[in-house]
Design a protein around this ligand. Structure first.
Ligand SMILES: Nc1ncnc2c1ncn2[C@@H]1O[C@H](COP(=O)(O)OP(=O)(O)OP(=O)(O)O)[C@@H](O)[C@H]1O
Length: 238
């Protein structure tokens, strides 16, 4: 069953009193199944904090994030960690792959952590690597891959567990522009093919244009929303 991810009135403060920083000052956002949302805004505007709250990595100071009927903040740490493993996928800027493991094992790891047998996890991971253009590179370690290839392994890893939502924080930040556009195209189309929603923090307009919607932040608030692909957006929110 698919359902939206619904964040309501998220507030996140760091520190107290006059020195308190409102990283999030009341953010509400609904991410529909299959929708891709780019989060943009100046440095320090709260993008990564919002991503971490939406993904249940960081419990907000107040407000709620509801996913499949549960408020992530009210789940205990163990249940929240288990839910992150089964329901969410993550892609970061770089450095997320374990250097000593071959590509296929890196991609299979989250599935195994979620309880899938090594054999089945390896089969699914290898199929994803092939789907993302990395057939024949399954045995290479991250140090033997280009930056763009390593990000494809990270995308395979994020999608192998059939997540409901994929969260990506500057996934193309360490790549040149052409490779970054290529990787983002791979990420958005792969997520769409599985029906997963996608939330991407980015500084890059070209990256954001791949997404169905762009949300702009400033000083811990959402200050604007722009629909990039009306058809995709309407389909996701129908
Ligand atoms: N662990 C922390 N402790 C204290 N303040 C923090 C912490 N994490 C973030 N902040 C502050 O919260 C605000 C929002 O930070 P956040 O990292 O979410 O911004 P961002 O938009 O992702 O920035 P960037 O584009 O530079 O990555 C900033 O003012 C930052 O200094």
């Amino acid at each position: 069953m698919t359902s939206p991810l619904v964040a309501t009135d998220l507030v996140q403060t760091y520190g107290e009193g006059v020195t308190a920083t409102y990283a999030l000052a009341g953010v509400s956002l609904t991410v529909a199944p299959g929708e891709s949302v780019a989060i943009m805004g100046p440095s320090g505007s709260g993008k990564t904090t919002l991503l971490h709250c939406l993904a249940g990595v960081l419990p907000p100071t107040s407000g709620s994030v509801v996913w499949r009927g549960a408020d992530l903040a009210t789940l205990g740490d163990r249940r929240r960690t288990a839910l992150r493993r089964t329901d969410f996928g993550f892609v970061f800027q770089s450095g997320q792959l374990l250097p000593e493991l071959p590509a296929v094992e890196n991609a299979a790891l989250p599935l195994m952590l979620a309880g899938t047998s090594r054999r089945e996890a390896t089969r699914v991971a290898a199929a994803w690597l092939a789907h993302l253009g990395l057939a024949g590179m399954e045995g290479r370690r991250p140090g033997e891959l280009s930056g763009g290839q390593a990000q494809r392994v990270a995308i395979a890893r994020a999608l192998a567990g059939a997540p409901g939502v994929v969260f990506a924080d500057e996934p193309t930040g360490a790549l040149d522009q052409a490779t970054g556009a290529d990787v983002l195209g791979v990420l958005t189309s792969a997520a769409r093919s599985t029906g997963a929603a996608l939330v991407v923090v980015t500084h890059d307009e070209a990256v954001a244009r791949h997404c169905s919607r762009t949300v702009t932040m400033r000083d811990g608030r959402i200050t604007g929303t722009h629909v990039n692909h009306p058809a995709a957006h309407d389909e996701a929110t129908r």
